[in-house]
Design a protein around this ligand. Structure first.
Ligand code: M6R
Length: 610
């Protein structure tokens, strides 16, 4: 998730305005920044690794000349944070500059063919193919807008781009599956990833739709529809809407808290994560397959993702995984594991000291270290033999939400890949599983749409209860544990996440009339046992809250409150969907109890003490 901005001013100097806008987009990424402007047939660029203010102190962005400019604040996806990987990127002749938010899936192929045709590249980014493609297109088309239109159908994946060239008369922007808005004012015309970028300049906004292109000049914004063949058809002018948000609201996308915004972002970041290249997964999967022992190490929510992955790997790939809590790893992992073991360390921040210590220790023992993280260049990546990045973008709420579903997506994709290598899945079966997995962004969208208000009411109903059980069997045990962790962290309510089958071996002693028990009960092979556990709790007069398939009438009938999940949701990956209502439950329980869910007491986003 990066932030982009483009501006065409009627008068004045654009660079200071772009710098300040980038500052307001920094929540979208902050590992490098850059600005390009154009004046008198020349493009000027300043960019570097680091935060915008630090770069500005060193380079002084404000000195860039001109009234047309583009800017970018980066959350690295392809290539580590560095000056060369920072945007804007240029063509061979320094005549075109581009900023981009999104992921170009086929960039490798595009890059190779551009190199064959004599183009030279300066970065490791996927974005850099764009200015080179435009460079070629400009040889046969008239005008920057036509050239941009011509190349976009060649790009697979997602993009929001802003492009300028040395003609210095216009700025062209376009989007597909990445956000892009236009801002209109009496002083100039703008495009940006999000509303905060514009707020001091204008509140008049137009939302650009997928496959629409806008050409901004000092005269205004002209909108085009892009045809699949790259032709542009002029659209009638759209009337702008007026945003009423304050800056603080705008940074949170209009939501009252980052956590709620991040829950709502899950369909999109999941889609981005599911775009991880098969070749990258394959590399990981082969390493896993070549080792006798596979252990995962992680902490907190990341540990719950690894716990869910045990079930995926065993059922889909036929491989047994040892899931170890990072802080326990030195005590539990046999020192003789050596090079027979591969360790998968999972950490959103990449800075959790327990996880770092564990893998340092295991590395010393000769184990191979594979890392799944959300944070490029984090400490953990430097200890890894190989890294896979989730594509959740910065998570600001202290509670992990969107990073959890992206970790699950990564691990699920890997389990399918390993399953194909081990032969547990035929090619056809693996393809089918992937199809099921790829349905989750849509499914999450519908869960969010249909369940948020129901869960809010459920939270209201149970908010005064001092203690909860969250129970699940099989893979849902991990979902239950994550649900309990969330409500503990945010609403400061005692909650135990437990394997449902184990609850009768002790925890049931706590159950008395009205005790709330949340069952995570998808319609998988554990359901018939879950029914028994529900009956056990009911007969002790517990209040039953069930998350189950929408067509599960029996469970609905037995429950005091039901949260109905889509019945077509794949059981193999059910935590990706079933965790969402539990995130809402914790969020609304916190709100109703008067706590700020973004900054729960005693917790830190990255725990860097042992
Ligand atoms: O950055 P990491 O994934 O390594 O963090 C691990 C835990 O500290 C983290 O998941 C923690 O449990 C969160 N507060 C969960 O909401």
């Amino acid at each position: 998730m990066c932030g982009i901005i483009g501006a065409v001013l009627i008068r004045g100097q654009v660079a200071p305005l772009i710098r300040q806008s980038l500052k307001r987009l920094e929540y979208r990424g902050y590992d490098s920044s850059g600005i390009a402007t154009v004046e008198e047939g020349r493009i000027y660029i300043k960019k570097d690794k680091g935060k915008i203010d630090d770069i500005h102190r060193r380079l002084n962005f404000d000195l860039l000349p001109g009234v047309i400019g583009i800017g970018h604040t980066r959350w690295a996806t392809h290539g580590p944070p560095s000056r060369s990987n920072a945007h804007p990127h240029i063509d061979c002749n320094n005549r075109i500059a581009v900023v981009h938010n999104g992921i170009i899936e086929n960039y490798q192929e595009l890059r190779e063919s551009l190199v064959d045709r004599g183009h030279s590249f300066l970065s490791e980014t996927d974005t850099e193919v764009i200015p080179h493609l435009i460079e070629e297109a400009l040889q046969t088309t008239k005008g920057l807008d036509q050239a941009v239109g011509k190349i976009l159908p060649k790009i697979e994946g997602s993009y929001a781009i802003a492009v300028l060239d040395t003609s210095g008369t216009s700025l062209v922007c376009a989007r597909k599956e990445s956000p892009l808005l236009l801002g209109l004012s009496n002083d100039g015309f703008y495009c940006a990833s999000d509303v905060p970028a514009f707020l001091p300049m204008t509140r008049q906004i137009i939302v650009l739709e997928d496959e629409e292109i806008a050409c901004l000049t000092t005269q205004g914004a002209t909108l085009y529809q892009l045809s699949p063949k790259g032709k542009l058809f002029k659209l009638p002018p759209k009337s702008p809407t007026t945003v009423q948000w304050t800056l603080d609201m705008a940074e949170k996308g209009g939501y009252p808290h980052f956590m709620l915004k991040e829950i709502h972002e899950q369909p999109r970041v999941l889609r981005d994560t599911l775009r991880i290249k098969k070749a990258e997964l394959q590399k990981f999967a082969e390493v896993m397959n070549n080792h006798q022992t596979i252990c995962t190490v992680a902490a907190g929510t990341s540990y719950h993702a690894t716990l869910a992955s045990r079930y995926m790997f065993s059922q889909i790939a036929g491989r047994f995984l040892h899931s170890v809590v990072a802080s326990e790893s030195p005590e539990i992992i046999d020192t003789s594991l050596g090079d027979e073991a591969v360790i998968i360390a999972v950490s959103q921040s990449g800075e959790t000291i327990d996880t770092i210590h564990a893998i340092k220790d295991l590395k010393r023992q000769g184990c191979t270290i594979l890392v799944i993280t959300n944070t490029i260049d984090s400490s953990i990546t430097r200890l890894a033999d190989s890294v896979l990045y989730t594509q959740a973008g910065p998570e600001i709420g202290v509670a992990a939400t969107k990073t959890f579903v992206t970790q699950l997506a990564c691990l699920a994709s890997l389990s399918i890949c390993v399953g194909e290598i081990t032969g547990k899945q035929t090619h056809e079966e693996a393809r089918h599983l992937l199809e099921e997995l790829n349905q989750f962004p849509e499914l999450l969208q519908s869960i969010i749409r249909n369940q948020e208000s129901i869960v809010k009411e459920t939270a209201q109903h149970y908010v005064a209860k001092p203690s909860f059980f969250f129970l699940g069997r099989g893979i849902s045990r991990a979902t239950a544990m994550e649900g309990a962790l969330k409500i503990k962290e945010l609403a400061y309510v005692h909650a135990e996440g437990y394997p449902a089958g184990e609850s009768k071996h002790g925890p049931i002693a706590l159950v008395e009339e009205g005790f709330p028990v949340v069952f995570v009960a998808p319609n998988d092979r554990t359901r018939r046992f879950i029914l028994g556990n529900v009956m056990e709790m009911k007969s002790r007069l517990a209040q039953i809250i069930t998350l189950c398939s929408g067509d599960d009438e029996r469970l609905a009938e037995l429950s005091d409150s039901v949260i109905q999940m889509p019945s077509n949701l794949s059981n193999a990956f059910s935590p990706i969907g079933y965790v969402v209502p539990l995130q809402f439950l914790a969020y609304y329980a916190a709100i109703q109890r008067g706590y700020n869910p973004d900054q729960p007491r005693n917790l830190a986003k990255a725990v860097t003490v042992l």
